[in-house]
Design a binder for this molecule. Structure first.
Ligand code: ADP
Length: 658
């Protein structure tokens, strides 16, 4: 609206005097006009017939009235067209004398029009006085507040999780759609009800009240609360409740917004997972226990610093102790075979030294005096606090040992039978071969005697039979020579050999036998040995025989360690020597020479040919085999043979002994 250009004060002065003249206006009236013109609120005076009587400067500026509007019916002036009820309101004011108000819109602007009666000096109502208050800005802010409120309401209802606002008394003020749906209550039913009445009392039990009270008192933040078994439209659910204070500057009133989050699915999944992992754990424990039973293997952990020991059930079974009995090293020692306590202590010591791994074998003596053979393998690890802990497996080898021993026994029985059989065959062939010439000798000797006994003696016949006797005697000798040749096996396969290597192979072959016989083997090999030329298999036969004899000689030794030392060394003249020293029964100096003879044996199942064959093998390598008693217990058997590559040229078949 464009304000008409008017002279200040002119409207009242000029317009007021429509029916009078200027001279009638006194000074007081002029002052009043000035005052009204100074007022910023538009003021318009209407007559009873609604024609404009006068207006002030603000009305001209704000409403766009001009002097030509004076006297015109207000309904014909465009600004008043925005309020069709104006005439009616003015009528009522004029008729009743009571002020009234009406809203007026002028384009984008809004005014509140207050209508009060205008009276003459005789107190007669002559028309109405209209004042205009511009409320455009106020209305705009009002509508944006409404808009904001509506938006909030929509957001509130769009949120899927139930939400509720509680007043200071913890009663429900308003909730979102999800809230009413979840608890199957209408907005009206829920209004002003305590939250605790919902969910079939589950919230009461969750001790929610105390936390909400504290929050409403402003003393503490809310810690989310899990509430199980809440009765809802979807059945029993598990919910997490969280709360946030709703307080605004300038408002002393406190309220809280409570949110509900359904965690039923998550809890069910967790419960299922717990069940599964519990089941898996149970299964793997059962597997382990069964595996331990089947493999006869127990396990234990040992915390070195505190000596805390934990055993598996199977280990209790192996030790024959009641499952669950507290285990101490002392208790373990009481079961260990007295001869093996030192071995156990050695392992414990290795553990205390912090070795990465250790292993060993020891025996147990059970209450019924039976023996158990155990093998332990321990591995170092660290517990959560970084302290040394061993995890170990203990295998019960008793059954394996027993069956191995039974097998070894069966093998040696078989070997014995084979030996006896071959001895029987040998004996039979010797008897067969030697019997003929012997009976010939006897027969001829008898014939010879008879011929000499005749009178005169038959000297010619006697000479003949004596010659036959000699012939038969030679035949018998030939048989023996042939048999010796059979034993000495003339075929040699020569090659360049490292005696140490040859010996190591034999040790590897016989180690398990030696261990079974509880023989502790020590070896010492000279590094500077020359190569020898020899038959690998035959030399190994000799070494094997010396080892077996040494082990046999210690079979009845129980009061000292069964030590067997094998060593190689260089002798003067580039010869190499191998000696086997034992701690066995030893050799009697008087029978020393007989030991190497064929068929000399002191063993129940011996044949007495091992050393004699060994001697002939060594002799064919131009060497020497001998035995000597030790200073202490036992004996030492040695051989020495020439070394050097030229050795092969020196080897020749042994001359047959007659
Ligand atoms: P066998 O072992 O069958 O008896 P050997 O010729 O190998 O035959 O041994 C002959 C004998 O020599 C043995 O029976 C034993 O009396 C004695 N002998 C051999 N080696 C040792 C040894 N290391 N200690 C004591 N005696 C031994």
């Amino acid at each position: 609206m464009t304000a008409p250009r008017v002279t200040p004060g002119g409207r009242w002065t000029g317009y007021h005097g429509v029916n009078g003249d200027h001279a009638d206006v006194n000074t007081a009236a002029t002052d009043l006009i000035n005052i009204l013109d100074a007022v910023e609120v538009p003021i318009v005076v209407l007559r009873r017939d609604f024609s404009v009587a006068c207006f002030n400067r603000a009305a001209a500026d704000v409403l766009g009235l001009s002097p030509s509007d004076i006297g015109r019916a207000s309904r014909d002036i465009s600004v008043f067209a925005g309020c069709p009820r104006l005439e009616q309101q003015c009528d009522e004011v004029v008729a009743g004398g009571a002020a009234s108000r009406v809203d007026l819109r002028d384009g984008d602007n809004w005014f509140v029009v207050r209508i009060s009666p205008s009276t003459s000096s005789g107190r007669q109502v002559t028309g109405s006085v209209l004042t205009f208050t511009d409320v455009t800005a106020f209305r705009a802010s009002m509508s944006s507040a409404i808009y904001e409120r509506e938006c909030t309401k929509t957001i509130f209802n769009t949120v899927r999780d139930p939400l509720v606002v509680l007043g200071a008394d913890q009663r429900i003020e308003s909730g979102n759609r999800a809230f009413y749906t979840m608890f199957e209550v209408s907005r009206d039913e829920a209004q002003a009800a305590p939250l605790y009445e919902l969910g079939n009392g589950a919230f009461e039990a969750a001790a929610l009240r105390e936390q909400l009270e504290e929050m409403l008192a402003g003393s503490r933040a809310f810690r989310p609360v899990e509430v199980d078994d809440v009765a809802t439209a979807k059945g029993r659910r598990a919910l997490t409740l969280d709360a946030h204070p709703l307080s605004f500057p300038g408002h002393s009133e406190r309220r809280v917004l409570v949110t509900f989050h359904d965690i039923t699915a998550r809890k069910q999944a967790e419960a299922a997972k717990d069940l599964r992992s519990e089941e898996e754990l149970r299964r793997s424990e059962a597997f382990l226990a069964r595996g331990q039973r089947l493999s006869l293997t127990g396990s234990f952990s040992w915390k070195v610093a505190s000596d805390e020991i934990a055993w598996s059930d199977q280990l209790y079974r192996i030790y024959g102790l009641e499952i669950g009995v507290p285990v101490t090293l002392e208790l373990v020692r009481t079961r260990v075979h007295p001869e093996d306590v030192a071995l156990l202590e050695e392992m414990v010591q290795k553990g205390r030294e912090g070795r990465d791994n250790f292993e060993g074998q020891y025996r147990l003596v059970m209450p019924d005096h039976s023996i158990k053979y155990l093998h332990v393998v321990a591995h170092a690890t660290r517990d959560q606090d970084g302290r040394l802990e061993y995890i170990a497996a203990v295998q019960d080898l008793t059954e394996r040992r027993t069956s191995e021993e039974a097998l070894a026994k069966a093998r040696s029985e078989l070997a014995k039978v084979a030996r006896v059989t071959s001895l029987g065959v040998l004996t039979a062939s010797i008897a067969h071969e030697v019997n003929q010439p012997l009976s010939g000798i006897i027969t001829n000797a008898g014939t010879c005697l008879r011929m000499l006994d005749t009178n005169p003696p038959n000297l010619q016949g006697a000479c003949e039979t004596a010659r036959r006797t000699i012939r038969d005697g030679n035949r018998a000798s030939d048989v023996i020579t042939r048999l010796r040749a059979l034993f000495s096996n003339e075929e040699l396969t020569l090659e360049f050999l490292d005696l140490n290597e040859v010996t190591r192979e034999v040790i590897a072959l016989s180690l398990s036998d030696l261990q079974r016989s509880r023989v502790a083997l020590q070896s010492q090999f000279a590094e500077d040995l020359p190569t020898i030329a020899g038959d690998r298999i035959q030399l190994q036969q000799v070494i094997l025989n010396l080892l077996r004899n040494a082990s046999d000689a210690m079979a009845d030794v129980h009061d000292r360690p069964r030590r067997l030392a094998i060593r190689t060394e260089l002798e003067a003249g580039d010869r190499v020597r191998l000696s086997v020293r034992d701690a066995g029964v030893g050799v009697n100096p008087r029978s020393m020479t007989k030991l190497l003879d064929a068929f000399y044996t002191t063993k129940a199942d011996g044949m007495g040919i091992g050393l004699s064959v060994s001697r002939s093998i060594i002799e064919r390598h131009h060497g020497r085999l001998w035995a000597e008693p030790n200073d202490g217990p036992g004996a030492t058997f040695s051989f020495s043979i020439p070394g050097g590559p030229e050795g092969d040229t020196a080897i020749a078949p042994v001359a047959r002994q007659p």
